[in-house]
Design a protein around this ligand. Structure first.
Ligand SMILES: NC(=O)c1ccc[n+]([C@@H]2O[C@H](COP(=O)([O-])OP(=O)(O)OC[C@H]3O[C@@H](n4cnc5c(N)ncnc54)[C@H](OP(=O)(O)O)[C@@H]3O)[C@@H](O)[C@H]2O)c1
Length: 187
């Protein structure tokens, strides 16, 4: 199987690569794509080094499956181009979640909504997936009418930039505390 990961340099994309490896998915050819900023960067997967390509090059490679985690606007722009040539797109962004003709799928719950003609498949956001996994059997047994939800999103939900920013702040704070401790100033 030829698989493209679009957004491969991001937090979610790198986790996807990790899961593809852990699940021992048969990959005959892997294409790692990201924005133009990352073209030419290297990613190591299963001991082999891959060069990051542009999304246009990933489309030209005609993968069987393209797994997207490149943000909603990239999904809106590129997923139909992959789909038009027969690639199955699994999209992790919010781009297609509210579209009537795109199934919103959590495989353990409603994989049966996909057919061989479904070329774009959306999935819910991270907090929803884990919640509905627990709610689905309760709903099946009793019929849930309404749920009230509060979510507290982690910093990682804002992507690699958010994590880098948090690390940089924590680092500055540590240096500040260290300096204050050395001169006996209140921290
Ligand atoms: N983080 C989470 O917990 C989480 C959970 C569920 C879903 N999601 C969704 O997954 C997507 C990615 O999230 P993330 O946390 O991985 O973000 P991220 O760390 O910022 O990574 C974004 C990835 O998309 C690429 N990209 C950005 N704009 C692009 C474009 N125009 N064309 C091609 N590639 C582009 C980036 O490439 P460069 O490195 O070259 O910039 C990078 O590989 C988002 O839609 C997000 O809502 C995130």
């Amino acid at each position: 199987m030829k698989i493209a990961v679009v957004g491969a340099t991001g937090l979610v994309g790198s986790k996807m690569l990790q899961v593809l490896d852990e699940q021992k998915v048969r990959i005959d050819e892997l294409i790692v794509a990201a924005s133009e900023r990352s073209v030419g960067k290297e990613i190591v997967f299963q001991g082999k080094t891959y060069k990051v390509v542009s999304v246009d090059d990933a489309i030209a490679a005609r993968p069987d499956i393209a797994i997207f985690s490149a943000g909603a606007s990239a999904s809106k722009q590129y997923a139909p181009l992959f789909a038009a040539q027969g690639t199955f797109v699994v999209d992790n962004s919010s781009a297609w979640r509210m579209e009537d003709d795109v199934p919103l799928v959590v495989p353990e719950i409603n994989a049966d909504t996909i057919s061989k003609d479904t070329h774009i498949i959306a999935n819910p956001n991270c907090s929803t997936i884990q919640m509905v996994m627990a709610l689905a059997p309760i709903h099946k047994a009793y019929g849930i009418k309404r749920i009230v939800v509060s979510t507290f999103q982690s910093v990682s939900g804002s992507g690699q930039k958010g994590v880098n920013q948090l690390k940089a702040r924590a680092h500055r704070r540590l240096i500040h505390h260290g300096a204050c401790a050395r001169v006996g100033r209140p921290q």
